[in-house]
Ligand binder design. Structure first.
Ligand SMILES: [Zn+2]
Length: 190
């Protein structure tokens, strides 16, 4: 039976590289997979999914996927969604439709929580409805599992206030364990 997967991880946990590898594996076996991302995530330019380690592939937008008919969707063996935290509730509902009514697996990769450690909309509904929820692990500087995404400004200071998504901003993100996220310690000497 097809399943809806949510594979979440903090910043730098190689979610996108994983998504690209799964997409590659499907295609290598002669299957037809569809790699998509929400249009809001346009930092890589148009219709490209790019990982930190240099892997990249062309993709479609999630906003286009949800406009496809059932017959158009049925040509796919698998749907792979990168940056799934930016999906809306109705887009996650559409993923459930793809899985339950068409029998096509949908594999989502994304962040669980934002820089204030609150759920993204897409993550919230994926956590509620996914059949399989799997963590892609990464570590804090202290060696503990990192599950929080700290936003830091150009001075390297942690930022606690602001919009959930700031497109084109110079802020960077550092993945931290919950303790060091709450303490605001982005590195050992702080
Ligand atoms: Zn830590």
């Amino acid at each position: 039976m097809a399943k809806l997967y949510f594979r979440y991880g903090a910043m730098g946990s190689s979610k996108t590289a994983n998504a690209l590898m799964v997409d590659y594996n499907y295609k290598e076996r002669g299957k037809t997979s569809c790699l998509v991302k929400p249009k809001i995530d346009s930092r890589d330019g148009d219709k490209i999914v790019r990982s930190r380690i240099g892997l990249e592939s062309e993709c479609e937008y999630l906003e286009e996927l949800v406009r496809l008919s059932d017959d158009e969707l049925k040509k796919y063996d698998c749907i792979i969604v990168d940056e799934a935290q930016f999906a809306t509730r109705s887009q996650v509902e559409f993923m459930v439709h793809i899985v339950d009514d068409l029998g096509i697996p949908v594999i989502c990769y994304g962040l669980r929580a934002d820089f204030q450690n609150e759920l993204f909309e897409g993550s919230k509904w994926l956590l509620a409805w996914a059949d399989k929820i799997e963590e892609i692990k990464t570590v804090c500087w202290c060696g503990s599992g990192a599950r929080c995404n700290a936003r830091v400004n150009e001075k390297g200071e942690i930022v606690r206030v602001g919009e959930q998504v700031v497109l084109g901003a110079n802020d960077k993100y550092i993945s931290l364990c919950r303790k060091h996220f709450n303490l605001g310690m982005v590195k050992p000497e702080d």
